[in-house]
Design a protein around this ligand. Sequence first.
Ligand code: ZN
Length: 351
Amino acid sequence: MKAVEKNHFAHAQLIHGHEGNGNLAIALALATYLNCQNRQATDSCGACSSCVKMSKVAHPDVKYIYPTAGGKKVLSANFIEQWRDFVQTKPFGNLSDWLEAIDVKQGNIPVEEARLLIQDLSMKSYEGGYKIVLIWQAESLHTATANALLKVLEEPPEQTIFLLVTNSTEQLLTTIISRTQRVWIPDFTDEDIENYLVDKLTVTTERAKQATFLSQNNLRNALHILESDTPENHQLFAEWMRKCYSAQLDELVLMSNEFDKKTKEQHKNFFEYGISIFRELFLYAKGNEDLVRLVGDELIFVQRFSKALNFRNLEKITTLLGDASYHIARNGRAKIIFLDLSLTLAGLLKK
Ligand SMILES: [Zn+2]
């Protein structure tokens, strides 16, 4: 924001950072600030006509480019309605969330998009402010598209700002990177995520803490976890561990049948949940109790379970849970994966 005030703002910015952080939100805030008619010291006013249009994702001088199915007839402009909804409801979403929203399997930004953009940029801005081009998921730029944009990125028309948003600079052409000023956006902290969840959703602090702990500083994950019924995970996991530990084979077969009925997303979530619990068990066992982030039932579980565990096998168990999640993702049969893992764990959990 200070750079804008001082007119030191580079005309092409590469806003990059991990998935589930504030990349897109920050790019939108910057775009809003640039054209705000009543800029405050550190933020836009939020009330002028430009700010209002920005909040509705309907500013005529801001062009949004994002992955689509590609080809001449499927350009960003064709999906502006879905984009508006996405920006307003899922600003921390990732590429697969977006592709799901537009019902497309694989996305890219086709060269036709660059051609139209260059045409568009040759015209004056409607409102006399900056013309802004926000390219979301810039790593999806087709090589031909990226090449077609090089010249305009190097020497854009006056009062034109490019905001490229990406999770992965490694996938961008170095010729693109060299024409931009890089702005690294750090991950959210646990505290950021927890506060966001408590403020925006009607969840208890305990639920917010659980989701935060599982999210690995990715706000998109945290929201996703709360949407896909994880409170069940703890109960189910504790029951599973008890049955594995006491090697109740009949019971484990029944559990695998029940497990089979859940969705693939729930299967993956469950094994990921198991990995996080074992990570905490490891910390606890190593005497790093102050680092354990669990609360309530989960903490009690870890405290008790740690007394019964054979710690030499912890690493192995974590690897096996990771493998199970991987096989689920590759469309392995949940029932077989679950039962197979149960039998192996029954052996490994014994002292
Ligand atoms: Zn304003």
